[in-house]
Design a protein around this ligand. Sequence first.
Ligand code: DCP
Ligand code: CA
Ligand code: CA
Length: 360
Amino acid sequence: METEHRKIIHVDMDAFFASVEQLDNPSLRGKPIAVGGSEKRGVIAAASYEARKFGVRSAMSSALAAKKCPDLIFVKHRFDRYKEVSAQIREIFLEYTDLVEPLSLDEAYLDVTANWQNHSSATEIAREIRGKILERTGLTASAGISINKFTAKLASDINKPNGQKTIKPAEVIPFLEKLLIKDFFGVGKATAEKMKSWGIFNGYQLKQHSLAFLKRNFGKSGEHYYHIVRGIHNSPVRPNRTRKSIGTERTYSQNKTSQAEVLEGLLVIAHELENRIAGSKKIGHTITLKIKFSDFTIQTRSKTVDLALSKKDDFWPIVVDLVEENPTKKSIRLLGLTLSNLSDIQQETIQQEAQLKLTF
Ligand code: DCP
Ligand code: CA
Ligand code: CA
């Protein structure tokens, strides 16, 4: 039955470092680029899809890459910028579930079984998340949707870049039977060679061997292979942090100079914040106003109240106070609002909503 299965999404950004560089520097778009390394030394961290056509890959030596693709452009990496994007996508994931397990800057597992926002399917959630990633970061991501982390991760590669793939419960077994041994998690070269020598090339052939046989030959890993090829992979999505704040901000193409303009801008932001709070199933006690001036200096002002804040009507008067108590003379290029001091809204409400049906 559908409801017995968890709904796991694996999201992975496309050509992450390279795509960020092409986003920030339009002259690099559509061109073969490599991030990290230089013409002469080092290894490449990331290659744009244009560079991959020439066979350029992550971890390849720069010298070999330059040989394969003579027009390859080498770009320096900017980790702070990748971290910034990583935080942005994390924020999006957390709008759908607390169960977010990042694997690296550009990918994470999400367990969306509880279905916070009453979506019709996990597939739909993944599509929405990819849409938000594109909208807020300007970058594309791919996703895999399935019953466990293992199949979800494999699925996210199938329609990459800028695509997604759902492997439904009934499709998991046939998918795993066709899967090549080298693509099974944690099957190293030596193990794959050993299996080949016994005529095991795919999941179906792996399944013909007993648990005892696999344990005898591969120890604990053998047991893991036995289960995984049967679609059994119970490893939970382990969140490595709980959310401390919910925030949203906007940069304006035209600086804001009057208090009326500032309040007008903040009203839009307050609406969006309310939506994000609703998605997070949290309440908070502190509202922070962030202002970036046209000279790029930043100011934050906060107020903490006893009232449990989640609705715009409740926190808007606080925002107005924060603006009015210290009128500013300088022109403003960015405004932001953050709710912090968070706690979960009542457990019973969450449980009720978790019962809303979610299918694949
Ligand atoms: N990375 C790195 N060294 C590696 C592999 C990757 O520094 N050996 C960095 C650069 C990548 C980022 O991590 O952009 C994410 O790695 P992925 O394996 O997810 O690869 P990409 O995102 O670059 O491409 P894909 O579209 O295949 O996911
Ligand atoms: Ca990636
Ligand atoms: Ca990745």
